[in-house]
Design a protein around this ligand. Structure first.
Ligand code: SF4
Length: 184
């Protein structure tokens, strides 16, 4: 949606539909990823690795982000705001206000939140492929294809059309900058 001068509108409060699409796609990705690992490897190994992946993915997105990244975000301090994931509201309840200058730190270091976020999306895709080679199943193959589809949907639909393009943090966000959304 563009404003009268055709510039892309930045949201203080994202539409509920956008928040549901973003979180729905994320939760579905994590749950399918864990299920694919569990079914792919079977036995206690699949259960253990699948369970560890689910714990990692949900903690990284819904605890680590609001504790470490969101306090430095513009949405944390914007009155009556609701960001694409709604985590700014969670962050205000669990963390003290940070410094906007530190927001780009989310992309600094090997174990930075940005890399952990990407890892939570890519790990199940990489983990399921050997499982399919070892013990092929159409169910696990279907899960793998859906995961790849969800990843492509995130990068080619959610980020450019629903999330980053309307984000008030896009001019200081290294993720948005790397995808060319800053200054739009
Ligand atoms: S937009 Fe800001 S507040 Fe919302 S999840 Fe991203 S970093 Fe956190």
């Amino acid at each position: 949606m563009n404003s009268p001068d055709n510039s892309i509108r930045s949201y203080t409060r994202y539409p509920l539909s956008s928040i549901l699409i973003y979180n729905g796609t994320t939760v579905l990705h994590f749950l399918l990823g864990g299920t694919g690992i569990i079914l792919g490897y079977g036995s206690w190994i699949g259960n253990l690795v699948g369970a560890l992946y689910l714990v990692f993915a949900f903690l990284e997105m819904y605890l680590h982000m609001p504790l470490k990244v969101c306090p430095n975000c513009v949405y944390y301090r914007l009155d009556n705001s609701l960001c694409i994931s709604g985590l700014n509201v969670v962050s205000r309840k669990v963390a003290r206000e940070g410094n906007i200058k530190n927001f780009p730190d989310r992309a600094k270091g090997f174990f930075c939140p940005n890399n952990l976020y990407i890892a939570s999306l890519v790990i199940p895709i990489i983990a399921i492929i050997p499982a399919l080679v070892l013990d092929f199943s159409f169910t696990v193959l279907a899960i793998l294809l859906i995961l790849v589809g969800l990843l492509l949907f995130r990068f080619f639909v959610i980020f450019p059309r629903i999330a980053c393009i309307h984000c008030r943090a896009k001019n200081i966000c290294p993720q948005a900058q790397s995808m060319g959304f800053g200054n739009k």
